[in-house]
Structures are given as C-alpha cells and as structure tokens.
Design a protein around this ligand. Sequence first.
Ligand SMILES: Cc1ncc(COP(=O)(O)O)c(C=O)c1O
Length: 362
Amino acid sequence: MHPIPLVDVKAQYAPLIPELESRFREVLEDGQFIRGSNYYAFEEEAAAYLGVKRTIGVANGTDALVLVLDALEIGPGDEVICPAFTFYATAEAIARRGATPVFADIDPATLNIDPEDVAAKITERTRALMPVHLFGRPADMDGLLELGVPVIEDAAQAFGGPGIAQRGLISTFSFFPTKNLFCLGDGGLVATSDEELADRVRMLSFHGSRDKVDFDFVGYNSRLDELQAAMLRIFLTHLDEWTLGRREVAARYAELGLGDLVDLPQDEAGHVYHLFVSRSPERDAIVAALKEAGIGTATYYVTPLHLQPALRFLGYEPGSLPETERAAAENFSVPLWPGMPVEAQERVVDVVRTAVGAPARA
Ligand SMILES: Cc1ncc(COP(=O)(O)O)c(C=O)c1O
C-alpha cells in the first residue's frame, strides 16, 4: 500500500511548473528583487480578491500580526483577547509587543473563539480582539463585532473564505507552504480598508520610512519577496478552483460515512478546509492506526497556548479553558488536498472504522 500524505502541495503546483518557471525568468531578467512590479501587482490583486481597499505584502504571517499590533500602538499595559487553541504565533505576536494575551475559551462546535467567553474577559485594558479563523472555518464575527472592540482577524489559515478580512478592522495572512494559499517559502500579508492604518503598516514594514531617507518610526524590515509575490500571483488565479476541490474532498468524507465514526468539521459558515480536523474521544487509537497504515495525520495544539512554558508567566492553570483542553485532547486531521483520489479517501475511512471498532463496510 502506498503511503497517503496529509497534504500534497506538490500535486497542486506540479501542473503550474512551466508557468512558474517562466515568471521566475521574468523576475531574473527584470532584476528587481525587493518591492518590484510583482510585489505591488500582487497586493492589488489580493486586495481585489479579498474585497478590501489595501493589502501590504510582508515577510510572514507572524510579522503581519506584530506589524498590525505595532501600527495600532498596542503594547505594554494593553490586553488583547485571543484563543489558546491556535498556532503559537497568535499569542506570541501579542507578547512580543509587550502586551498581554488574554485567552478566551472556544465553542466546541466550531473550535473557534467563543464570543460569550470573550465578553466575560473584556476589561478597561482590552485594546483588541484577535479571533483566528481556525483550520479555514470563519470565526463568529457577528458575535465578536457586537462587543464593540476593534477586531484583528488572524486569517493565516483562511485566505478567501466568505467575509474574511471584510469585517474586522485589519487582517493578517500567512503563505507558509501548507496554507490554502501558499508560496514557495515564507510570506505574509496584511489587509485592511483603513487607508491610514495601511500606510502605517507599510512604513513599519520598511524601517518606519516612506523613502528610506526619512525614518518616522522605529520599524522592521519585513517585506514579501518579489519572487514570492510573482509566484503568488499565479497561485491566486487558481485559488477558487482549489477551494472548490477542497470542499469536494470534505463532502466526500461525509458521504463515505466518516461522520458516523467521528465528529466532522461543520461547514455551514463557509469552510475553506485549510485542514480537515475532526474530533473523537478515541483520537489516540485513530491516530496510531492511521500512522500504522502509512496515512498522514496530525494533532493540533496538543499543549494549548495558555499552558505553554513561554507563557506560564500569564498564570493560567490546567482546567482554566475546559473546551480548549478537551479539543486539544480529541482533535486530529486526515489527508485533504484538492483532487485527492477517492480511493485514498476510502482507505482513510476504512482505517478509522477499524480503529473505532465499527463494523466493516458492506
Ligand atoms: C493561526 C496562525 N497565525 C499565525 C501564523 C504564523 O504564520 P507564519 O508561519 O507565516 O509566520 C500561522 C501559521 O503558521 C497560523 O496558523
């Protein structure tokens, strides 16, 4: 039996290699590797795709968060409410600015931050809410916006999902190679319709300067490389078709009966399936069986952020975010990429069926 990878990025870009090579050659001939024509063109194309006025290409999704927090002058003494069931960078960026991450619990049905718990954690020091559209599923923006605090969307995992980046004050993206929109290395983006804020992020990403002559702020050097922007312009034109492909594979898992064995992710909010993450109390047995069968699988945020050593100074104890901790113990992913063959999906479902002791397919 062939192994089945968790994601197959190569299968996604393989048909595009001739186009990528020719764009690469154009950049080589142009010789402008920082802030060249592709960098600006990608920013415009991404803004149009997302339905925002401005985007700024930056070095990665973590820098995008730090730049946004800096542009909003969020720092020591300020609190930002975010989930603990997310990649470490979400809270790391807040702490990097000297501000305090305040963790709210998640809604177990969606795995996204729970606006009710967010409301309970707002204080006079709260400067922003930072939801994550986890695994590609949009967070409950209605519930969060009602709370009247500026919202920074950590949209690293959800480029192009419905409404993403359109409702928060400002949003951030990552193009890490496994993301649903990816580049061939590190890359990130900030998106907003607030022009003043966009100008500030742009300057901060460029040493706090407009022209590298006068320096108005203490900034950063964090720009999306011209070569990555050139590749992203090609990938962006395929994103609709990739998202459709992801949704087809997700729907097929349900048709194959995976939902009778484990709790599947729900897609009524317009999931883009960056990852296909399910839940089961029998998670450890399922993961062991998938690995044994050569099938790619992963578990996410097994030590949630409130219990990470680097953030121990915040004073959270085990049990303080019960739904987060339960999701950390129960979640696992199965393979998904656009165009994943149906036979591979059948094998995945068969292995899970055996692992949970359900009868074999008729
Ligand atoms: C939710 C979330 N936020 C932030 C990041 C950071 O992005 P990057 O790896 O591009 O710095 C990631 C991904 O890696 C992420 O998944």
